[in-house]
Design a binder for this molecule. Structure first.
Ligand code: NAI
Ligand code: HPV
Length: 530
């Protein structure tokens, strides 16, 4: 059956063309009530949205076939990321296709504010000729404060430099050197607020940025400051802005975004304030930007649904690495080692460490730890576990995980070790890949042995003395269980050895008990590798 991709916001037709060319079914649903949306979501494998759709936890919960949500743009604050991550749904965006259009809209807003263009236009259209009333302000030599020196912030900086503005920037994640490359002087937020003639916002919306410019900030601003928000509504506190406009502290504000969209009744006074220039979230609405974001996001959604690398994940960063072809065999090995290690435990694991040795590249360490986690959690959790939800489910279950990488590798050119612990109990299962594809377990706890990590196995420790294997073999034969392979991890005659028996059929619990009751046998485990 072909995959279905649901589209619930207007996106450039290139999106539909690309999906159909790849054999996907497109479900274009631009007008809907909640019930209709629920029905369509429940059968979608992929879902493409812009800012107009709110992707709630409830919808994600219903979407049992959903694998990927693609945001044809930057901001993902309309998507319940936590719910998507827990359900193992990949969320990706198109982070730079609309940067230029958004920066251009921001600069247009700044000029509209400085020269009161919309107000003057309205006045003229109403039959007036008010040349004195619309005396503007020059941008040249003024200070522009850029809050959020990311892609759009930098693109705005480049453009406003051409107007001869002095640029200040505030962004906790950007270095002075990077800012200086864009002729932005990096300062703290207070300095920016106190020294800017214009302030423009370009951060994401999150708990840290909500209300970033509020009553207190406006009090510290220069008299007559002008404020532009083309990022997200609510980063500038709308009611505080209205008060500051009414008090004349803020000379003008240009808004493309609102805390609720479309803006509700209570924002009418702000939007209709004579010194406000307001647009209906159109900064990214140009033919060029829409074509770019549609193309970018469709590529990512197709890749996500086809198991190819997704380059712009917003959650589950491991997915980017997990889809690389050269890492697949290592992932399989780490997953199987995780499965085995978990099944050796008496109780539930509390920590998991993956050690990569030899020629296993350093960049794989993190994704291999997620693969081993997936192996562990797929036995433990009630829900399906994948690369997206494994870390968050581990956290929920109190399982700490980490990874290390060591160049030293002993006898093997590549080696992955998975260690699980709970209290005093520790198990280590190590494996290697021979000839690029051949997976082998090479150590279990302190026993060196060589076994294929596949199918059903029974593992037990026994005194290393004649007759032990024959007795176990006899019990299995009587239960009509066929032995496929055997591996012995020996220390010295008379000491405890580890025996790994690969069997073609599941070993009945009663037979396992019989083996466990044999003299000289302990720690019998049945291990199933999927
Ligand atoms: N109005 C519209 O149609 C559009 C709006 N946007 C919005 O514009 C904003 C910026 O987009 P991009 O530049 O593409 O994103 P970006 O991710 O490239 O840049 C965001 C910057 O904000 C910084 N930042 C994060 N928290 C901060 C804080 N507390 N204080 C100061 N800086 C902080 C980050 O370090 C980053 O450098 C986003 O909110 C995005 O959703 C983007 C495109 C179109
Ligand atoms: O990319 C973003 O963050 C935007 O806000 C653009 O939103 P839109 O795709 O125009 O609904």
């Amino acid at each position: 059956m072909p995959h279905t991709v649901l589209i619930t916001d207007p996106v450039d037709p290139v999106c539909t063309d690309m999906l159909e060319n790849k054999g996907f079914e497109v479900d274009l649903l631009l007008e809907y009530d909640e019930e209709t949306l629920r029905e369509h979501v429940s059968s979608a494998n992929g879902w493409i949205v812009r800012s107009g759709t709110t992707v709630t936890a409830e919808l994600i919960e219903l979407a049992d076939n959903l694998e990927v949500i693609g945001r044809a743009g930057v901001g993902v604050d309309n998507i319940d990321l936590d719910a998507a991550t827990r359900k193992g749904v990949l969320v990706c965006n198109a982070p730079d296709g609309n940067t230029i259009s958004t920066a251009e809209h921001t600069t247009a807003m700044m000029q509209a504010l400085a020269r009161t263009i919309p107000q003057a236009n309205r006045s003229l259209l109403s039959g007036k000729w008010e040349r004195k009333k619309f005396s503007g302000s020059e941008l040249h030599s003024k200070t522009l404060g850029i809050v959020g020196v990311g892609k759009v912030g930098r693109a705005v900086a480049e453009r406003m430099q051409g107007f001869g503005m002095k640029l200040l920037g505030f962004d906790p994640l950007v270095s002075e050197e990077v800012a200086a490359r864009h002729d932005i002087e990096l300062v703290d937020l207070d300095t920016l607020i106190e020294n800017s003639d214009f302030i423009t916002i370009h951060t994401p919306m999150n708990e840290e940025t909500r209300g970033l410019l509020g009553t207190e900030a406006f009090e510290r601003c220069k008299d007559g400051v002008r404020v532009v928000n083309c990022a997200r509504g609510g980063i500038v506190d709308e009611m505080a802005l209205l008060d500051a406009l009414k008090a004349g502290k803020v000379a003008g504000a240009a808004l493309d975004v609102y805390s609720k969209e479309p803006p509700p009744e209570e924002l009418t006074e702000l939007i209709q304030h004579p010194n406000v220039v307001a647009t209906p979230h159109i900064a990214a609405t140009t033919g060029a930007a829409q074509e770019k974001v549609a193309q970018q996001i469709t590529e990512q959604v197709i890749n996500g649904l086809m198991g190819e690398p997704v380059m712009t994940p917003v959650n589950g960063m491991a997915i980017r690495m997990a889809a690389q072809p050269e890492v697949q065999t290592y992932l399989e090995l780490a997953d199987r080692l995780g499965q085995i290690a978990y099944q050796l435990m008496e109780g539930n694991a509390q920590s998991l460490t993956v050690k990569c040795r030899g020629e296993v590249p350093r960049r794989y360490a993190e994704v291999l730890s997620v693969a081993a986690l997936r192996g562990v959690l797929n036995q433990w959790a009630d829900e399906p576990v994948n690369f997206i939800n494994a870390p968050v489910l581990a956290e929920d279950m109190g399982l700490r995980f980490s990874e290390t990488r060591e160049a030293e590798h002993g006898s093997y050119t590549n080696l992955i070790e998975v260690e699980v612990k709970a209290g005093d109990e520790t198990h280590v299962v190590a494996g290697t890949i021979f000839h690029g594809t051949d997976l082998r377990i090479v150590r279990i706890d302190t026993y060196e042995l060589e076994a294929k990590p596949e199918g059903e196995m029974i593992l037990y420790r026994n005194v290393d003395r004649p007759g032990m294997l024959a007795t176990v073999g006899d019990l299995l034969a009587k239960a009509n269980v066929n032995i496929g392979a055997l591996a012995l991890g020996r220390k010295a005659r008379g000491e405890m050895a580890l025996t790994a028996v690969s069997v073609d059929d599941e070993v009945p619990a009663a037979v396992l008990e019989e083996i466990a009751s044999l003299d000289g046998v302990e720690d019998v485990r049945s291990v199933k590798i999927r």
